[in-house]
Design a protein around this ligand. Structure first.
Ligand SMILES: Cc1cc2nc3c(=O)[nH]c(=O)nc-3n(C[C@H](O)[C@H](O)[C@H](O)COP(=O)(O)OP(=O)(O)OC[C@H]3O[C@@H](n4cnc5c(N)ncnc54)[C@H](O)[C@@H]3O)c2cc1C
Length: 479
């Protein structure tokens, strides 16, 4: 009886949503189906309907209906997230909220360092819009053709230029959001100083849609790049890489935008599986990819800066070999080697993937001590470490022994993940550096977090969203 009443209430809510949104509402399975599975293909859920509002006001009305009838909402941008945060769970109780129709961009010459965009704007389109005004939005990542501003803000995304420009949190000047009761939070004035208590904007950044829906943002721009160069370096070990990072940071200051660590094993697979890739130097145990940029008149010429900075580490044997990109195509080729690692690895066989961080100065120790321990514990597996070493963030993958199928490797997932995350915590690190928690790290966050963190996360969630309608089952479980 109670169930019938509940589903009746939901049906009334769905009817009201349909009346409000008209063709921005669908419960046709064919429309919804492509959005029910996460990017990695690990989770598939069910949904009652999908709504695609065209404005903040319309969304606010829709959320008031959802709040009244307690219909859970799963916000979704480009569905390129790595932790299944935008995938509904499989009880089929919720609706998907697609922000993709809200995709306007406005640039005003009176505020040249800011750009306003709606949540559904795709990152690549924002890059293009900024460059039309000789400006640049400096955050970039491999999923830029799909990832949206709402998703990037909600996951506090990182990417390859964090070393200089910070993650999304550092690049947001203001946001507008619809809160779980349908009210509109206006934090768009982009004030440099604003001490009205809790910073609600920062609270919503990285909240993975569990506290409200981001509808608009004012984002910070920097001047467009005048010139840039890629440096591909070969060296012996992660420890040498850390010393090299210190050297290059001192010599290049904030002209160095990325410092990416890559292992020989990763590159071997890229060369094997990704068509048209070529290593610019002879094979070495480890590689670093650096990008130096020149974007203001008093910055140094990148070619000269690269050559002078490399002379000493080459002479001293800190690095073994180096190649500089001579044009944009070559630089793109360097990045292709780096960006294709995950794809090549997928082709090579199953792996458990971890996006982790430890303090920058401890990363080399972590890789060199923990990898052999895990290889010993899970016989035959291979540890692959690559990524944003300059930020203390690597992607740390535990690859199944050669010839072991996905089916036989999967039962070990929980055990392997726990071993990796315990090691990360013992190094003072985080089990999620830039991808968020979503569904896939929910249990582990509970397991490894201290009481104070869990208390604060639950208290915030409960006070914003007492009926748990905002992306339930993601980030934090209510009490
Ligand atoms: C090839 C590739 C490379 C990548 N590289 C990186 C990388 O280097 N660094 C990095 O950080 N990430 C990376 N990612 C992951 C991904 O691109 C980011 O997590 C991105 O922020 C997700 O954006 P999205 O629009 O696809 O969000 P979705 O996947 O749709 O959603 C992500 C989360 O945000 C919530 N959400 C979405 N829109 C809103 C909104 N408007 N309001 C409230 N909540 C919302 C969702 O509910 C979900 O919890 C990569 C992805 C791919 C495919």
């Amino acid at each position: 009886m109670v169930e019938i009443l509940l589903s009746d209430r939901k049906n009334i809510g769905l009817t009201q949503l349909q009346e409000l949104l008209q063709n921005g509402f669908t419960c046709d399975f064919n429309d919804i189906e492509p959005w029910l599975t996460d990017w990695r293909g690990r989770y598939t859920g069910k949904a009652l309907a999908m709504i695609s509002p065209i404005s903040t006001e319309q969304l606010s009305q829709a959320i008031k209906i959802c709040a009244k009838f307690e219909i859970p909402i799963v916000p979704q941008g480009g569905n390129s997230g790595m932790v299944a945060g935008a995938t509904p769970n499989d009880d089929g109780d919720s609706i998907i909220l697609s922000l993709r129709k809200m995709n306007a961009i406005h640039y005003q010459r009176t505020t040249p360092n800011l750009i306003l965009c709606e949540a559904g704007v795709i990152l690549q389109n924002l890059h293009d819009a900024a460059s039309e005004h000789s400006m640049r939005f400096p955050l970039t990542l491999g999923g830029k053709g799909s990832a949206t501003i709402g998703g990037l803000i909600s996951t506090n995304a990182g990417g390859t230029q964090v070393l200089r420009h910070g993650n999304m949190r550092a690049l947001v000047a203001g946001i507008e959001a619809v809160l779980p009761n349908g009210t509109i939070y206006d934090g768009m004035s982009a004030l440099k100083k604003d001490n009205r208590g809790y910073d609600i904007t920062q609270l919503l950044i990285g909240a993975e849609g569990t506290l409200g829906i981001i509808t608009k943002a004012k984002l910070k721009l920097v001047p467009a790049i005048q010139d840039r160069i890629g440096i591909w370096v070969g060296l012996e070990s992660p420890h040498k890489a850390y010393e090299f990072l210190l050297h290059m940071s001192q010599r290049c200051g904030n002209q160095m935008e990325g410092f990416e660590l890559i292992s020989e094993a990763s590159i071997t697979r890229v060369l094997q599986y990704i068509h048209g890739t070529r290593l610019p130097i002879n094979p070495q145990p480890w590689y670093i990819l650096i990008e130096l940029v020149q974007d203001c008149d008093d910055s140094k010429n990148v070619q000269i800066l690269a050559e002078t900075s490399l002379a000493e580490p080459l002479n001293d044997g800190l690095i073994l070999d180096a190649a500089l990109s001579t044009n944009e195509t070559q630089l793109e080729d360097f990045w292709k080697l780096r960006d294709s690692i995950s794809e090549a690895e997928r082709a090579a066989g199953p792996a458990f993937q971890h996006d982790i961080s430890v303090p920058v100065h401890r990363m080399a120790d972590f890789i060199e001590n923990i990898s052999p321990q895990l290889e010993q514990k899970f016989k035959g597996c291979e540890l692959i470490a690559f990524g944003h070493m300059g930020d203390g963030n690597i992607h740390y993958h535990v690859k199944a022994p050669d010839g072991v199928s996905q089916e036989h490797w999967m039962p070990l997932e929980k055990q392997v993940n726990s071993a990796v995350y315990d090691a990360v915590i013992s190094y003072g690190g985080s089990i999620s550096a830039e991808h968020g928690i979503g569904q896939s790290k929910l249990e582990e966050l509970e397991r490894v977090s201290d009481e104070a963190r869990l208390f604060a996360l639950r208290a915030i969630k409960k006070s914003f969203d007492p009926h748990n309608i905002m992306n339930p089952g993601k980030l934090i479980k209510p009490d």
